[in-house]
Write a protein that binds this ligand. Structure first.
Ligand SMILES: N[C@@H]1[C@@H](O)[C@H](O)[C@@H](COP(=O)(O)O)O[C@@H]1O
Length: 264
């Protein structure tokens, strides 16, 4: 697990975006795993700017989103499909037919989950998966107690997650308590994982993810088992890490090596 600690949320977004940009420059046909929430918004903005400056193209890209609320149609303003259109897809040269979000309004959500897994597999698997993290350590909507090898399925949201996400819904609006989410096993199958976290409200979850025991109590801690996981965080989110200085030292050494090899 590589831990990159940066000064500000903006630096986190740019560092994360450049991982995607470099990958797309090398491999324009990439399959990207995407995330919602407030954290990735600045990263998406950086990708939009890079696309508009013609530094990167999404014409051959396929995307799979992590999760969706069960019971919300893609046209619903609080659906994650709508979020992705607004925050990214409407502003880049991607073919929307190649963008996939779990179908929140599927008549049979159980078989829709299996189909989503098959579609990812048929695309050749995910090259880079972007993740945010919930305050309780969830990734996607894999809440604490999720199986560490779970696949795409219907998940019940915890009250903590419902409360955290209530800010996006009007007071009298229907807020789903169920979701469809890629499983932890699905996420671990991605060739690379990039998790972003910013702000002090994420410090406990980041600590449990990086330095806690691997446990279903903190679903993101399963990333300790991933061969290529990068955790990009700001100082506030890193505040509780015991080995913070060591991670910074490693990152400086990595950068030196990349410069020597002409790969920076
Ligand atoms: N399902 C999403 C997660 O994928 C996201 O990581 C989390 C954190 O969101 P934020 O970045 O707004 O803190 O929110 C939601 O619950």
């Amino acid at each position: 697990m590589q831990v990159v600690i940066l000064e500000s949320p903006q630096a986190v977004a740019e560092y994360g975006a450049h991982i995607f940009i470099r990958r797309l420059q090398k491999q324009p046909r990439s399959v990207l795993g995407l995330a919602t929430g407030s954290t990735p918004v600045a990263l998406y903005q950086t990708l939009i700017e890079a696309n508009q400056a013609q530094a990167v193209s999404f014409q051959q890209v396929t995307t799979y989103n992590l999760d969706e609320y069960l019971g919300l149609d893609g046209d619903h303003p609080q659906s994650y499909r709508h979020f992705m259109n607004e925050q990214l897809f409407n502003h880049i040269d991607i073919d929307k037919n190649n963008t996939f979000v779990p179908p929140g309004s599927a008549s049979n959500p159980v078989s829709a989950c299996d189909e989503y897994e098959q579609m990812i597999e048929q695309s050749g698997g995910i090259d880079i998966q972007l993740l945010g993290i919930g305050r309780n350590g969830h990734i996607g909507f894999n809440e604490p107690s999720s199986g560490l090898r779970s696949r795409t399925r219907v998940k019940t949201l915890t009250q903590a997650t419902i409360d955290d996400n209530a800010r996006f819904f009007a007071a009298d609006e229907f807020q789903p308590h169920l979701s469809i989410t890629m499983g932890i096993g699905t996420i671990l199958d991605s060739a690379q994982v990039v998790l972003l976290a910013t702000g002090s409200s994420k410090a406990d979850a980041v600590f449990a993810t990086v330095e806690g025991p691997m446990s279903a109590s903190c679903p993101a801690s399963a990333l300790q088992m991933h061969q290529n996981a990068v955790i990009v965080i700001d100082e506030e989110a890193a505040a509780k890490l015991e080995h913070k200085d060591f991670y910074k030292h490693i990152e400086r050494e990595n950068q030196k090596l990349l410069t020597q090899l002409g790969l920076d």
